[in-house]
Structures are given as C-alpha cells and as structure tokens.
Write a protein that binds this ligand. Structure first.
Ligand SMILES: *Cc1c(COP(=O)(O)O)cnc(C)c1O
Length: 364
C-alpha cells in the first residue's frame, strides 16, 4: 500500500475558468495577474505558463521581488512583468532594463535613482499614488512633480501607467473605497494615461475601480475576496489548490482520554480518532482550533488537539467506517480554504502561500 502524504493538487482548468470569469467582469480591462509569493503557493512558473499558453492570456504579471521576476524570465516567460514594490537598490535598475521588466515608482528615492541613472534603454514605469492605504505611494500633492520629472527623463518610457491600491475593498459598506476612487480620479484628471486600482475585491464589488488594468491575485486561485455575508456578490470561482493527505492511524479513545501534545483535548465520549499525515511542517496552520473542518470520505469531521509538525488528529465518531489510507482533504475542492482560515484566525492568503516545500505537487 502506498499512502499519499501531503499533496497539493493544482487544477489548471480551474485557474483558466477563474481567469475567464475575471475577464468577464471587466471586458475592456487588461489583466495583470498577480503571481507574488510563488503564485500564492501554486507555483510561479506553472501559473505563469498556464496564463501564457491558452487563448486566455494575461496581459502582464505582477511580482513583489526582483528574484521572482527573474525566475519568470528564466522559465521563458516573455510577457510584461511588473515589480509591485518597485526596485530596492540602484543596481536593480540595470537588471530591470536588461530583462525588460517594469517597475512601480512609489517614493522620492526611487525617482531620484531612476532619473540619474545611465541605462541601456528606457524602463516602463507605474507611478503609485497613495490614495488612503498609507503604505506605499506618493502623496497626491506630490503627483504633478513626480509625473513631470518622469515625463522628462530619458530613462522612462513615455507610456507611464498611473496606479493606486485599495485598503478596504472587501467591505461593501465602507466609505473608504469611494473616497479612494474619487481621490484617484481627481489626482489623475485630464491625463490620457492607463490607470489601475482594483485588486480582487475591487474587481468583485467596485466596477468604478476597474479602469484600464485590473490586478487580480486571490480570485485567480479560486478564493473569494469577500465575506460570505455578501452572498449576492459572491464570484463564481473554482479552487485551484486542493490540499490532501491520508489517514495513517485510526484508534479508539475512551471518554476522558486526552489526545496530542499537552493533552489539550479530552474525549467527551467514547470515540474513534484518525491521524492524518499533515502538520505545520507542511504549512497546515498550527493555530487551527478544535473543530476546524477536515473533509474525510465526503463528510466534515472536526480537528481535535494540537496540530503537530507532521500530523493532525480528527474525531471520526464512534462508528466510523474510515480506513487507514483513506484520503483527507484539508482545503480546496469540497472545503473552501476560507472556512479553514477562519478557524485558524488567519486569511486564505496566508494559508495558500505558506505551503511548504515538503508538500508534493500534482498538476491536473
Ligand atoms: C497583491 C496585490 C494585488 C492582488 O491582491 P488580491 O487581493 O490578491 O487580488 C494587487 N495589487 C497589488 C499592488 C498587490 O500588491
């Protein structure tokens, strides 16, 4: 018998289906597919290739680090690649020019370095304005100065893209997003340039934020960016990653017996528990609480006891028919990662990008 250890099944047709759904939300918009953090744990080159090959092609890719961009070029990706935090040090500029990468400019230091550099060819720039997130971006009052200097620099491609980032787009009630959209429109008014504002939540809930370039991350991977209370607005997405492992032990536990490190869980009645070969060493969240859902043989069973490095335990119930070798799904098809994240007091983003190198990958 060969038992499946922790395995992430990556469903590329689901990715393409999500991509098509996103395109439909913004038919005129170009798509910058966000692939940072190993494509949210799904495999950088794998996802980039899938969104380059088919008839459903992304228009550009977004990453956070220069190394991620270079890994994409090494994998043969020729599409535009945007560095979403810009460049960090002066020597990055030569690499950016050589590999025809695009960079965000979000502060004075970057502007000065770019304008004073001697480059083999001009670089394409996305100018980031802070419209309320207060993380990266130039102040609205600085915009005209930055824009003017970029326009005059021989190092800058004249086709400058204007962008900002939304802080509360997943909250349909919040006034923050209309305020950000209004400020973005005001600052960039009258400029015939491409503009970009929407992340996944903006794509779902705020059509006025779409402009010429949308920037989906989470949605591409089949995870809803908005809470389930907004059921009317729930996007039609399919999970791309399904995380599975198998039952490697099944044992009867008498009422009152404790299970796992610290003995933090005690059986409230006689029952059968299952041990599943996955733990925080695979990226399963250590802080998942008792009761976190796990899918075993088409039913949800609760996680019990502490998550170990290589194992978790679940309560299968007294008369369970489950066997060693049966597959358990930790999230994905049949069990949204959103539900698991909630039980681990985190967000789906963190669970997906924390999948460790030990996890085997199978591509559908
Ligand atoms: C990560 C990121 C996105 C994608 O956000 P999602 O919520 O995953 O859609 C878009 N734009 C920027 C600048 C980002 O850093």
């Amino acid at each position: 018998m060969t038992l499946r250890t922790a395995t992430a099944i990556i469903d590329l047709p689901a990715l393409i289906s999500n991509f098509c759904y996103i395109k439909k939300q913004s038919p005129q918009g170009k798509v910058l597919a966000v692939l940072k953090a190993n494509a949210y744990g799904h495999g950088l080159a794998r996802i980039a290739n899938a969104l380059s090959e088919s008839t459903n092609q992304a228009d550009a890719f977004g990453v956070a680090r220069l190394d991620e961009a270079l890994a994409l070029r090494e994998a043969g990706i020729t599409k535009p690649i945007v560095l979403l935090e810009g460049f960090f040090v002066h020597k990055d500029l030569d690499v950016i020019a050589e590999y025809e990468l695009q960079t965000i400019i979000h502060n004075q230091e970057q502007l000065s370095l770019l304008c004073s550099a001697t480059l083999a060819k001009p670089i394409k720039v996305w100018l980031k304005i802070d419209t309320g997130m207060h993380r990266l971006g130039i102040a609205p009052e600085e915009f005209r100065t930055f824009y003017g200097q970029l326009n005059q620099s021989k190092n800058v491609d004249p086709d400058i893209i204007l962008m900002s980032h939304l802080s509360c787009a997943d909250n349909a009630e919040s006034q923050a997003t209309p305020n950000q959209i209004a400020l973005f429109n005001q600052v960039t008014e009258g400029l015939n340039k491409s503009k970009s504002l929407a992340n996944s939540a903006g794509i779902c809930l705020w059509p006025e934020s779409h402009f010429q370039w949308i920037r989906p991350g989470l949605m591409l991977y089949g995870v809803s960016p908005i809470s389930e209370q907004l059921s009317a607005n729930q996007p039609n997405l399919k999970p791309v990653m399904t995380l599975q492992s198998s039952l490697i032990a099944i044992r009867n536990i008498a009422k009152g017996e404790a299970v796992g490190y610290g003995g933090t869980w005690q059986a409230p009645r006689d029952t059968t528990i299952g041990v599943i070969a996955i733990g925080y060493g695979d990226g399963y969240p250590r802080h998942a609480q008792n009761g976190t859902p796990v899918l075993v043989n088409d039913r949800i069973v609760p996680l019990i006891g502490r998550v170990s490095m290589d194992m978790i335990t679940v309560d299968l119930g007294k008369n369970s028919q489950d066997c060693i070798g049966d597959i358990a799904t930790l999230w994905g098809k049949g069990l949204p990662v959103e539900n698991v994240a909630k039980c681990a007091t985190t967000i789906p983003y963190e669970l997906l990008c924390n999948i460790s190198r030990r996890v085997q990958v199978t591509v559908k």
